[in-house]
Design a protein around this ligand. Structure first.
Ligand SMILES: *Cc1c(COP(=O)(O)O)cnc(C)c1O
Length: 456
């Protein structure tokens, strides 16, 4: 009996080699698993290469053993605490370990979140709730809460204020001053201030606000006027950097007014996206009203989240990193990144023509730099040329108001950015500048593509 003919496309190819892919309409018919896999893979072939993405703070490389844990646990829903009590236990271990790293004075509490954005929303909500409780108890009005922070914060802080109806009091930056301190925040604080947010490792230049100075100001306010304004530290990036690179520089619960801290596990916690953490100084800093008790998954359970279902893989991967590396391992890796950042900065100095931003201060492992001479081309041109010639993603962006006349470029130096990469990138930057010298700046249409935000 003759075999039914097999369609040659099915036998030798993949139908999307010569067919259009579904992009708008819900497809009537399906396709084979292989076709679907190839379709997605072909799209990804055109995607940016994460190892050349020096724009992102987020982890782009993990060890094979960690990847195996992730792959083996994709089918567990983190929120099913009753069904997956070991995952819940591991989450609590991570919270306790991070609270210890951040010098919490005693028993504490916290939450695993999707990233720092969710952690900041939850932390700031707790500030708002605790403020309202204090005001209501004293019979005072609660209509107009405000939150004080600098222009150097991530966009999520303004988002919080808009979404949750809190007046943002934003301290503008200035040319040459890209972080804030006590003198900047003092005039903005009043009885309606739910808290002050300070950044440890800004997205713009990688520096920290004067957290010690702001804490001292708030302590004085409390002692002298009985006005207790909590300080939240946004350690999205810095929370996993400062404890290892600058262990003697206090920014965390060693400072009395620091009541809550967020950190992104998926940045220098060295885990793939998305995981973040919110850690309170003590249990009383979490407003009890924000914790929901439900029992529909089998057992009464308390949740404090904006999201509900999510994978448990990254929680396990975070715990893997904490125990795999310990202080010793994180310190080794952070120093390696810092050494490579310094090496890149030195290479840029040798090339000449670049000004390095605040490299002698405590800083995240990154290089923030700008051109000295803007007469022939600017940072957006360099970013474009570097991407066009070599595929490196090194963003150019303007700083926040009122430092928005300043454009800088920033290269994150992560675990998978080797010394060899440093040399290659430095040569490629030099080459891109040579090209721009000859041909002039990028075309307007090219520049439009480069007008991106500093990211993530
Ligand atoms: C990245 C970042 C955020 C947002 O964190 P996600 O983990 O991406 O949600 C907030 N604040 C700072 C300072 C950041 O660097």
């Amino acid at each position: 009996m003759a075999m039914p003919p097999i369609d040659p496309g099915e036998l030798f190819g993949n139908r999307f080699l010569d067919q259009e892919v579904p992009t708008h309409r819900f497809p009537d018919a399906g396709m084979t698993a292989t076709d679907a896999m190839r379709l997605v893979a072909l799209d990804m072939a055109l995607e940016g290469d994460p190892s050349r993405n020096l724009a992102t703070f987020v982890t782009t490389w993990m060890e094979p053993e960690a990847q195996r844990i992730i792959a083996e646990n994709l089918h567990r829903n983190f929120i099913d605490h009753a069904e997956y009590p070991r995952t819940a236990e591991i989450e609590q271990r991570c919270i306790r370990i991070l609270a210890d790293l951040f010098h919490a004075p005693g028993e504490t509490t916290g939450a695993r979140t999707q990233g720092s954005s969710e952690a900041i929303m939850l932390g700031a909500l707790s500030l708002k709730w605790r403020w309202r409780e204090r005001r209501s108890a004293a019979g005072l009005p609660t209509e107009s809460p405000n939150l004080v922070f600098g222009g150097d914060v991530h966009v999520v802080w303004e988002k919080f204020c808009r979404y949750f109806d809190v007046e943002p009091r934003i301290v503008p930056l200035q040319e040459g001053k890209y972080t804030i301190g006590p003198d900047d925040v003092a005039p903005h604080i009043d009885e309606n201030t739910i808290g002050v947010a300070a950044v440890l490792g800004t997205t713009f230049t990688g520096h920290r606000d004067d957290i010690v100075g702001i804490n001292d100001l708030l302590v004085r306010l409390k002692r002298e006027q009985g006005h207790d304004v909590p300080l939240h530290v946004d350690g999205a990036s810095g929370g996993f950097v400062w404890p290892f690179l600058y262990p003697d520089s206090p920014w965390d619960f060693r400072l009395e007014q620091v009541r809550s801290i967020n950190v992104s596990g998926h940045k220098f916690g060295l885990v793939y996206p998305g995981i973040g953490w919110l850690i309170f100084r003590e249990k009383a800093d979490l407003a009890p009203d924000l914790v929901f008790e439900e029992n529909y998954l089998g057992k009464t359970d308390a949740t404090f989240t904006l999201n509900f279902s999510t994978g448990s893989a990254m929680v396990l991967a975070q715990y893997y990193n904490l125990v795999r590396l310990g202080r010793e391992g994180y310190t080794y890796i952070m120093r390696g990144m810092q050494d490579n950042a310094h090496a890149l900065a030195e290479r840029l100095e040798q090339i000449g023509g670049f000004e390095l931003i605040g490299r002698d201060e405590e800083q995240l492992p990154l290089v923030a730099f700008r051109l000295r001479d803007h007469s022939k081309y600017d940072e957006f041109d360099v970013a474009w040329q570097l991407s066009a010639e070599r595929g490196w993603m090194v963003p150019a962006y303007t700083l926040p108001p009122k430092a928005d006349n300043i454009t800088i470029m920033r290269a994150l130096v992560k675990q998978n950015f080797s010394r060899e990469h440093v040399d290659t990138l430095a040569r490629d930057i030099e080459q891109a500048c040579h090209t721009l010298e000859r041909k002039g700046g990028a075309h307007e249409s090219e520049r439009q593509q480069m007008l991106q935000s500093p990211g993530h």
